[in-house]
Design a protein around this ligand. Structure first.
Ligand SMILES: *Cc1c(COP(=O)(O)O)cnc(C)c1O
Length: 430
């Protein structure tokens, strides 16, 4: 495949944008080659400015569960655009989307909209601290919760790829209240609670981690967290920015029996527009400004165009619950195909699927936490990624990212991708 125009465009971008990108992982630093510059998307495909076509398993890093340019979402958004982009005043569409979310999630009585997942989590943490009157928070190594200061500690994906466990510019004073535990390891959590004398405002977790590759939490682990949080008056926050509406309609909460106290949402909730949200039971949400003293605000929060995209997408999902069965089957078929292709050349691979999310590691043992994920063969991944891209399959450019199936991903696309995997792995092995 020729990438001449993308290579030139990347050079131009590099002159005026740090690293040539507006979000680090897009720069392809963890894999070989330059990032294709995208011209447009259509259903399950992406087209770059050189005219190459790719089967898209990134889908804007998760949001596009109906694929690119879904006719219903597009039409409703255009209709909203014609009435004005933003008013900074209440609109009915915010209430409608909020009502849909409240009806869906048992743990949410009220929800506040923001413009990104980062903002959602940052605000949820502030609310948890304000509600409990405690400063300490507990997160897990390898879980990513956006780039706000107190959460930028051992945070997976982009940071993992670049080997930077945390970031300069974040004062140690701001992260000293962030306790770190090991995913799927209850003893490490108990140790944190002992160290902090139980004075922990919240435990935040990706109940299905997607930012160290796809690494689901064990049910017994989530149950353990619930018990420990209850014993200490600590809030349990499920960060479902990625897994929400992806792993199932209710995200991880459609799979696990464990109920969180607070939930953060993003990505699919905006269907490709910038939307995040955080919600909890009424008692907790009552602490939020203007009802309560915990301040949080946003000029473009709940703007009508983004809300409309989210509402159309969520109603489409709700009216077609069988969609997750189909997405899950396709995800399974894809990674089982990858695994067979790897087996054929004796390359070790482990795979997992949760609804429309999939993951694969070039590794010979199950991945339960970030240390396990770090042991994946990243050089092998880089070669695999390049070979797949050259064959028209667009996978996330880091071995620490989950992949996504959309409603526009067809069986033919999956079969073509598996064929590309056989060719790529045979080429690497020879
Ligand atoms: C993507 C992500 C975020 C951050 O969301 P942005 O919209 O990129 O700010 C937070 N938490 C999780 C679990 C995510 O996957």
């Amino acid at each position: 495949m020729a990438y001449d125009k993308s290579i030139a465009a990347f050079e131009e971008a590099y002159k005026v944008i740090p690293g040539g990108v507006d979000s680090p992982v897009r720069a392809f630093n963890g894999v070989e080659g330059t990032p294709p510059f995208i011209e447009r998307g259509e259903g399950g495909y992406l087209y770059d400015i050189d005219g190459n076509r790719y089967i898209d398993y990134v889908q804007s890093w998760g949001p596009l569960i109906f694929g690119h340019c879904d006719a219903d979402i597009e039409a409703s958004v255009i209709d909203a655009v014609k009435r004005g982009l933003s008013f900074g005043a209440p609109t009915n569409v915010e209430t409608e989307l909020a009502a849909e979310i409240v009806a869906l999630f048992e743990s949410i009585d009220k929800v506040r909209f923001v413009s990104s997942g980062t903002e959602a989590v940052m605000s949820a943490i502030r609310l948890a601290r304000g509600f409990t009157g405690r400063d300490n928070i507990l997160k897990f190594t390898g879980c990513y919760h956006g780039h706000s200061d107190s959460l930028l500690v051992q945070a997976g994906s982009g940071l993992a790829t670049f080997g930077a466990p945390s970031s300069p510019g974040v004062p140690a004073d701001l992260t000293k209240h962030t306790l770190l535990a090991t995913y799927n390891d209850m003893a490490s959590v108990e140790k944190c609670f002992e160290d902090a004398n139980g004075e922990i405002a919240c435990v935040i977790i990706e109940p299905i981690a997607g930012n160290m590759g796809l690494v689901p939490a064990d049910e017994s682990f989530l149950e353990g967290l619930r018990t420990l949080c209850d014993a200490h008056g600590t809030l349990l926050i499920f960060d479902e920015v990625m897994s929400g509406f992806r792993a199932s309609l209710k995200g991880a909460q459609g799979i696990t029996q464990v109920k969180p106290d607070m939930v953060t949402l993003g990505k699919v909730i905006g269907a490709g527009m910038p939307v995040g949200a955080f919600g909890a039971r009424a008692e907790i949400m009552a602490h939020l400004s203007p009802e309560g003293p915990v301040y949080q605000a946003g000029t473009l929060s709940g703007n009508p165009v983004a809300m409309t995209a989210g509402l159309t997408s969520l109603r489409k999902l709700k009216s077609n619950p069988a969609i997750y069965v189909d997405l899950g089957k396709k995800a399974k078929k894809l990674v089982e195909g990858f695994k067979k292709a790897a087996d054929a050349v004796n390359v070790p691979m482990v795979t997992d699927v949760r609804g429309s999310m999939f993951g694969f590691f070039f590794s010979d043992k199950p991945v339960k936490n970030f240390a396990d994920a770090m042991e994946n063969d990243q050089k092998m991944f880089a070669k695999f990624h390049k070979g797949m891209l050259d064959r028209g399959v667009y996978l996330a450019c880091s071995s620490f990212e989950a992949g996504f199936i959309s409603a526009a991903t067809t069986d033919e696309m999956i079969e073509e991708s598996i064929k590309a995997a056989y060719e790529t792995l045979a080429e690497i092995a020879s």
